[in-house]
Design a protein around this ligand. Structure first.
Ligand SMILES: Cc1cc2nc3c(=O)[nH]c(=O)nc-3n(C[C@H](O)[C@H](O)[C@H](O)COP(=O)(O)OP(=O)(O)OC[C@H]3O[C@@H](n4cnc5c(N)ncnc54)[C@H](O)[C@@H]3O)c2cc1C
Length: 804
């Protein structure tokens, strides 16, 4: 076996094989895939092979689209049988909420070019004459998906990869991985060592153990999942055409033809169990199935028989009980591993047959080019932090499994694993009616239920609408306070701190006391992160990024430090919480709590300093995301209560109100503030996002060359700010945008601007449609609504409130 390779992939399941093929397609063929057994001998071989295209998430829809397309072509490409059946699928809706969800997914399907129709019970029975439609309002019929034979398809992909130069080493266990001081890795295998530039952990149920070798925390739960295969079904034998795969939330099941028999898979609720007693499987485990546990799925099976009575007579002939690695949010772990450069994860997928090829393709792009063509944030393993321990991962992952076929209503807060991270203010705000939502483990105020109401579960505007309006009005007219504990916070200091930040960020660093908004870009000139940087002294900078950027930005900064540089990057996230005090009366309020002169001239917009507020040393920054006169107070966490109580007491005579993230979103949309992860993603350059004013081309920074080229060429995709003629549902992102009936773009985020009374959105559209005044249409819950491109923010376009 070779002793050097550019990439070593640990694991020959669908994820590892898809990646090997994806890398080869991108030109990296010096890859060794090491598998301890035969290819696909982990979870992959026994999977049911379904590949749905009913997907609400825009990125995952692209992942599934690629997989389905590849599977449908593999046989022709390789001459190998893959068992691809383009049977399509029908998912049932049994209530209005699910029906509304269908309309949202229909929008995503339109963007992807998936054929999808919402059909009524009569049409469902025409397509599948054996199914009962009791309680079914409609079906989402997707025509371009189906199922595949996982092992055959993987063998076909591995044949393609091998043909392009990839080496596959079977029956060869990886015994350990060592990270060398020069950045390379030594992968120790039963058949010898391989030195590699990159290592990918695609070890499926073993991925936690493989990560541990490099000190990386990778958590998920290996949950047992069962499907049964019946004897031959007479009614199937009498037909030439195959029924589509049925997905039924009422029985929490999928069922389809398996030749002339039926295959029925169950996602049982609240009685789930992990393989190997919740531990990592032993290395000897190979092509392992667990003993059937029919009692656990019997109630669901009975419902399936009620749904499709013809499945009862043939009886159950085979039970497959295998393990699936489920993550705390059900999305796979695909991207850089935290803290170790060039160590990657391609694992943690609950539906890896459907997602493998797409994940492999987009991860390969990221590894080879630094960026992929899709927004990888939702797949990035660093969306989780160290707060995800075994107990947290198990609580969340089991809940995700129970909810595989249950629609999670918008606004629903599931309690599992919470609170993972809270500040001393948590109990106080909770007692005041705060409804929290979780972000990177942090409990963050979403809205305040002052009269005890609970949020109605609907995609439409609900009973929080008027509450949020009141919160927004308080901020625009008086003063509001919000705790945001989740900012990723770093101290960068040293003689070379400025040089480091100048290399990483496209903007100039500010003068002492100044604040800039700065973007780090990839080599392709696309957004890697967005950071607010305050210069506290000549060689000391205070950096604030979004919650999800916590580990990503630490990696970014650490990786950019050059040997011998005098600079340190310290993570201070848990040391601080943030109180945002904003509104026209915020100066009046804070003046009573500090001796510092807060006047317009003395404490200008976009400046910050360390000062005493209510006797506590805080960092006060004159910036905020709601577009008002106001200060972000970065308060040592242990003093959060003291400062909050003082702010509240001083604010009472001024009409202070608590506000949460719902209000913040409404207020930032009125100011047309873009969001990292929504508008600013790894697919987009500052030219497309219209943020070139934050780029200074006169210094050397990562991505400059590519950005200069993009700037010179101009772009074909443009971010636009829209006013939407919405009735009772606002843009949330991922909705298609049309001009004269032609699909020309996609929304990225939106919301109702309560203080202006306008429904607002951001969207990327193709050239020619970005001109202010252009008339477009956005599909909202199945209806085309008129939308107009706006030239400027609907609130305070001249930033006068901010500068006041
Ligand atoms: C009953 C059942 C039905 C399913 N049905 C579907 C379905 O219909 N559709 C769908 O999309 N998904 C389905 N799945 C899920 C799917 O099987 C998994 O998501 C997918 O197979 C995971 O692939 P993987 O490559 O991550 O892991 P695996 O297939 O487990 O591959 C990991 C590989 O790594 C190897 N390995 C681990 N450690 C080492 C080491 N140290 N050295 C060398 N090799 C190592 C293992 O031997 C293994 O082969 C089903 C799962 C089950 C259990």
């Amino acid at each position: 076996m070779q002793s050097r390779a550019r990439v070593v992939i640990v694991g020959g399941g669908v994820m590892g094989i898809s990646l090997a093929y994806g890398l080869a397609l991108e030109g990296w063929t010096d890859t060794v895939l090491v598998e301890k057994g035969e290819l696909t001998s982990g979870s992959t071989w026994h999977a049911a092979g379904q590949c749905p295209s009913f997907i609400a998430d825009y990125t995952l829809a692209k992942v599934h689209a690629y997989s389905n397309d590849l599977y449908s072509r593999l046989e022709t490409m390789t001459g190998e049988a893959t068992g691809w059946h383009g049977s399509g699928g029908i998912r049932f809706a049994t209530n209005q909420l699910e029906l509304d969800h269908f309309k949202r997914v229909e929008g995503v399907a339109a963007l992807m070019g998936f054929r999808m129709q919402v059909i009524g019970p009569d049409e469902i029975r025409r397509v599948n004459p054996f199914v009962t439609t009791e309680g079914v309002l409609a079906g989402a019929w997707t025509l371009d998906d189906g199922y595949v034979d996982p092992s055959s398809a993987c063998n076909a992909m591995s044949k393609l990869a091998r043909g392009m130069g990839v080496t596959i080493s079977r029956k060869n266990r990886v015994l350990g991985i060592e990270h060398l001081s020069n950045g390379e890795f030594v992968v120790r295998t039963e058949q010898g060592d391989i030195t590699a530039e990159h290592v990918v952990n695609a070890a499926g149920c073993y991925a936690d153990k493989v990560s541990e070798w490099l000190g990386v925390n990778t958590q998920f739960a290996n949950i047992k999942h069962q499907y049964v295969v019946t004897g031959p079904v007479q009614e199937f034998m009498d037909r030439d055409t195959e029924i589509p795969v049925i997905r039924d939330p009422w029985s929490s099941s999928y069922f389809r033809q398996e030749q002339k028999s039926a295959l029925i898979g169950i996602y049982e609720g609240h009685d789930t169990e992990e393989g190997w007693g919740g531990q990592t499987p032993p290395w000897e485990s190979d092509s392992e199935l667990f003993a059937p546990q029919l009692d656990r799925i019997m109630p669901n099976l009975e419902r399936v028989m009620e749904r499709m009575p013809v499945l009862e007579a043939p009886g159950i002939k085979r039970v497959v009980n295998g393990a699936i690695s489920h993550t705390p949010d059900s999305a796979p772990l695909v991207g850089p591993a935290p803290g170790v450069r060039n160590f990657w994860l391609a694992t943690g997928t609950g539906i890896g047959i459907a997602q493998g090829p797409g994940c492999g393709r987009f991860l390969a792009q990221q590894m080879v080019h630094g960026d992929s063509e899709v927004n990888m944030l939702g797949l990035d393993p660093r969306r989780f932090g160290d707060y995800v321990d075994k107990a947290y991962a198990q609580a969340k992952s089991h809940r995700e499994y129970w909810d595989m076929y249950r629609l999670i209503p918008p606004g629903e807060e599931r309690p599992e694993g919470r609170p993972a991270k809270k500040t001393p203010l948590y109990e106080k705000l909770r007692a005041k009616g705060c409804v929290f939502t979780e972000g990177y483990g942090w409990e963050r105020p979403k809205w305040f239920s002052l009269d005890g109401r609970e949020e109605e579960e609907t995609f439409r505007r609900n009973n929080t609408f008027e509450v949020v309006r009141a919160e927004c009005n308080a901020v625009r007219e008086r003063v509001g306070v919000m705790e945001l504990p989740s900012f990723a916070t770093y101290d960068v200091r040293g003689v070379d701190a400025e040089a480091l930040l100048n290399r990483v960020y496209a903007n100039h660093m500010p003068k002492v006391d100044g604040i800039v908004l700065a973007h780090a870009l990839s080599a392709k000139g696309r957004f890697a992160t967005e950071t607010t940087i305050t210069r506290l002294s000549p060689d000391r900078f205070f950096l604030l990024s979004g919650a999800l950027a916590h580990q990503r930005d630490l990696d970014l900064l650490h990786n950019a430090i050059r040997a011998g540089e005098d600079v340190s990057v310290t993570d201070r996230t848990t040391e601080f919480t943030t109180l945002v005090v904003a509104g026209p009366r915020s100066r009046e309020l804070l003046s009573t709590l500090t001796d510092v002169d807060l006047s317009t001239q003395a404490f200008r917009w976009l400046t910050g300093r360390e000062m005493l507020v209510a006797g506590v040393d805080v960092k006060a920054l004159r910036v905020n995301y709601v577009g008002e006169l106001g200060w972000e107070l970065h308060v040592p966490t242990e003093h959060a209560l003291q400062v909050y109580d003082a702010v509240w007491a001083a604010g009472l005579p001024l009409g202070i109100a608590d506000y949460g993230l719902y209000a913040m979103n409404s207020l930032r949309m009125e100011k047309a503030y873009k969001g990292w992860g929504a508008e600013l993603t790894n697919e987009i350059t500052p030219v497309e996002a219209d943020t070139v004013r934050f780029v200074k081309f006169d210094h050397d920074f990562t991505g400059r060359e590519a950005l200069e080229e993009a700037f010179a060429q101009g772009c074909t995709t443009h971010l636009v700010y829209l006013e939407v003629d919405a009735v009772d549902f606002d843009v949330t992102g991922g909705e298609p945008v049309f001009a004269d009936g032609e699909l020309i773009g996609v929304t990225t985020s939106g919301g109702f601007g309560h203080t202006t009374g306008k429904s607002l959105a951001f969207a990327y559209v193709s050239s020619g449609h970005e001109v202010p005044g252009a008339k477009l249409e956005v599909t909202l819950l199945g209806e085309r609504r008129r939308a107009t491109v706006l030239a400027e923010p609907v609130c305070d376009p001249g930033n006068e409130r901010l500068r006041a």
